[in-house]
Design a protein around this ligand. Structure first.
Ligand code: ADP
Ligand code: MG
Length: 298
């Protein structure tokens, strides 16, 4: 636990990236079924597997779900949005790129109001909500030095909500995630099942002197799938960063993972080792143009 003195000296700054798996019956750009727990590699068409010459086609229902969430968050709904390729190699990504939205997301801005335990209200600003496809899943053998890949999840539809760096405590982050979970379930766009990974969250964490206008260097903690671990990871990271600054050390911008057994975060990769994703416009999908009537209907 940080002392009151150190908490008064250093402000915690958190921005969240929340992924929600959309409850569509098929994938974002293919007709394959979207069922959690089906036998491995049974929901994999040539589109999902990225065979040459195959073409993606946008799932209208997924688009509608993203717009529903945007309307619920008072985002601006983009009359024109578009898709981009994020290029990287990983065995769970058969195409070698993920289709996402970089420059023109479907929803821009927005806000979510929280009520904290002591009754105070806080308005959290969103940067954006965009549509993207999920990757497959690697399963590591418990007995042998072997990993298996299941492509059933590859290409399933996600929305990613990105907040501004405006959260100020682990409690706010946890209450925000709980509010998002309530909203997606109420809207019927995601089952909210965190154990199955339908809702997961990355936390960007930095600290700075209270009153400072500039942001400190941030650390990104990947893929937390419980409220409790999200809160623990942020608290641990606050203490770790304050501890480093207090002894005159720099914060390294890096990606970290939370070890729930030990209750600590550990380095995964530093920014220098990070991929250059070479985003570019997805040539196989036209821009999405929405009419006022359609948005009104949603
Ligand atoms: P990156 O380019 O590293 O992905 P972004 O600017 O896209 O960073 O922001 C990603 C997330 O990190 C957002 O939720 C944002 O609010 C948050 N974020 C950005 N800078 C900071 C910071 N200094 N401290 C905490 N969170 C931050
Ligand atoms: Mg980002």
């Amino acid at each position: 636990m940080l002392t009151q003195e150190l908490m008064d000296k250093y402000q915690l700054v958190v921005g969240l990236e929340v992924h929600a798996q959309l409850a569509t019956s098929s994938k974002l750009f293919a007709g394959d079924a979207n069922n959690f727990g089906a036998q491995a590699n049974t929901q994999v068409s040539v589109i999902t597997l990225g065979h040459p010459g195959t073409l993606p086609k946008l799932n209208l229902r997924a688009l509608e779900f993203a717009v529903r969430m945007g309307l619920a968050c008072e985002s601006q709904i983009s009359r024109k949005s578009s898709f981009d390729r994020k290029n990287y190699f990983y065995p769970d990504l058969p195409k070698g790129y993920q289709i996402t939205q970089d420059k023109e997301p479907i929803c821009v801005g927005g806000n979510v109001t929280l009520t904290l335990e002591d009754g105070t209200e806080r308005e959290i600003q969103l940067n954006r909500i965009h549509l993207e496809e999920d990757a497959g899943k690697l399963i590591h053998s418990p007995e042998r030095e072997e990993s298996w890949v299941d492509y059933n999840r590859a290409g399933t539809a996600l929305i990613e909500l990105v907040t501004e760096p405006c959260l100020r405590s682990s409690e706010e982050a946890v209450v925000f995630l709980a509010e998002i979970r309530k909203m997606v379930m109420y809207l019927g766009i995601c089952d909210g099942n965190m154990e199955e990974g339908s809702l997961r969250c990355d936390a960007n964490v930095s600290v700075r002197f209270h009153g400072s206008e500039t942001l400190g260097k941030k650390v990104e903690i990947k893929n937390m799938n419980s409220f409790r671990n999200l809160g623990r990871a942020i608290d641990f990271e606050y203490e770790r960063q304050v501890g480093l600054l207090e002894v005159g050390q720099d914060i390294v911008s890096e990606t970290r993972t939370f070890d729930a057994d030990k209750g600590v975060t550990a380095s995964m990769r530093t920014k220098e080792e990070l991929n250059d994703y070479r985003y570019f416009p997805e040539p196989d999908l036209p821009p999405v143009i929405l009419t006022e009537e359609w948005i009104e209907e949603v």
